[in-house]
Design a protein around this ligand. Structure first.
Ligand code: PEP
Ligand code: MN
Length: 332
């Protein structure tokens, strides 16, 4: 249940109510709300006096639910707003991993050339093998910071585990919680205390309900700047790396109030399919796209098979602009 309190309630009283009924006190815009488990169906008598409205929800998709807030939340990624009434499709570009200053500068410069402002590169890579490149760590974060200073880009990087989450929160504008990390409560709880935008990727074996509940960990802790990212789920098919769940995206658009970004690169896992998949995503009218691009994809230290080279990336950007405008969106 979400209980919206009367605006006249003093903060300390709101907090003591929250403790009394075992709820989270969250400042949602100008409102103070108490969020209990969705199993609570009757308004607790002790809070009636200060209750403005209350909303009974069928599941623990609560703060992120359209049943509670019917409009998609607006989130600012640097100077770019997505969600709300914006109809912006943000393009988040860059290599899978930050590998060197030369490489990340080349990617930053291509984004600038295309008028794009959002640079992503991994520094702590969640690899499937311990023998693969694990990322440059803090050195990589510093290179991203340098690109932010030189190009004015908004920076996104991923947290692999909770041991370096505070370092990531300090250095980046948007924290990416990866597909394997989205169950990590240490990461989610640290993100909840931050005011940074948190981009949560869907685990490849994660139901939509589990996905939105990961977002609820961040939101119930006080950070409502959450964006979801569909990046492909595991199916019986082995010809492609994963299967991009566009049905899931339609479900999220219907029932969830968080902006949704799509990642065709990790979904298919092969560069040949990224452009057509990206176009399908744009045609759905989505809040963003995450596309991996690298100066020399074949030599990339991670995700070599799926990264677009710069020519392919530029062509794709030119092709999606008219598609986005057909569905009333702008590529930003
Ligand atoms: C990535 O974004 O480079 C990545 C590792 O993605 P995912 O967490 O979706 O596998
Ligand atoms: Mn990658």
């Amino acid at each position: 249940m979400i209980i919206t309190l009367k605006s006249s309630i003093p903060d300390e009283l709101a907090l003591s109510y929250a403790r009394d009924i075992n709820a989270f006190l969250v400042h949602d815009g100008t409102q103070k709300v108490l969020v209990t488990s969705s199993s609570v169906k009757e308004l607790p008598a002790s809070v009636v006096e200060y209750t403005d409205t209350h909303c009974v929800l069928p599941s623990d998709m609560q703060l992120s639910s359209k049943a509670y807030r019917s409009k998609t939340r607006k989130v600012s990624i640097g100077n770019i707003e997505i969600g709300g009434d914006t109809k912006n499709t943000i393009v988040i570009g860059g290599p899978c991993s930050v590998e060197s200053e030369e490489q990340i500068r080349a990617a930053s410069s291509v984004l600038s050339e295309l008028g794009l402002k959002t640079l992503r590169g991994g520094c702590y890579k969640p690899r499937t093998s311990p023998y693969s490149f694990q990322g440059l760590g803090l050195e990589g974060l510093k290179l991203l910071r340098k690109m932010k200073e030189e190009y004015g880009h908004t920076i996104i990087t991923e947290a692999r585990d909770a041991s370096h989450i505070n370092e990531i929160i300090e250095h980046t504008d948007v924290v990416q919680v990866g597909a394997k990390a989205m169950y990590d409560q240490g990461i989610l709880r640290a993100c909840a205390k931050s005011t940074k935008v948190i981009l949560i990727k869907r685990g490849f074996g994660t139901t939509l309900q589990e996905f939105v509940q990961a977002a609820e960990f961040v939101m119930s802790g006080g950070n409502l700047n959450v964006v979801l990212c569909e990046r492909g789920i595991r199916t019986f098919e082995t010809g492609t790396r994963f299967t991009l769940d566009l049905c899931g995206v339609a479900w999220l658009k219907e029932y969830c109030n968080l902006p949704v970004i799509l990642d065709p690169s990790h979904a298919i896992g092969y560069a040949y399919g990224v452009p057509s998949l990206a176009k399908a995503c744009v045609a759905m009218g989505v809040d963003g796209l995450l596309i991996e691009t690298h100066p020399h994809p074949k030599n990339a230290l991670s995700d070599a098979s799926q990264q677009l080279n710069f020519e392919e990336f530029k062509t794709l950007m030119n092709e999606i602009k008219p598609l986005a405008s057909c569905v009333g969106y702008s590529i930003v």
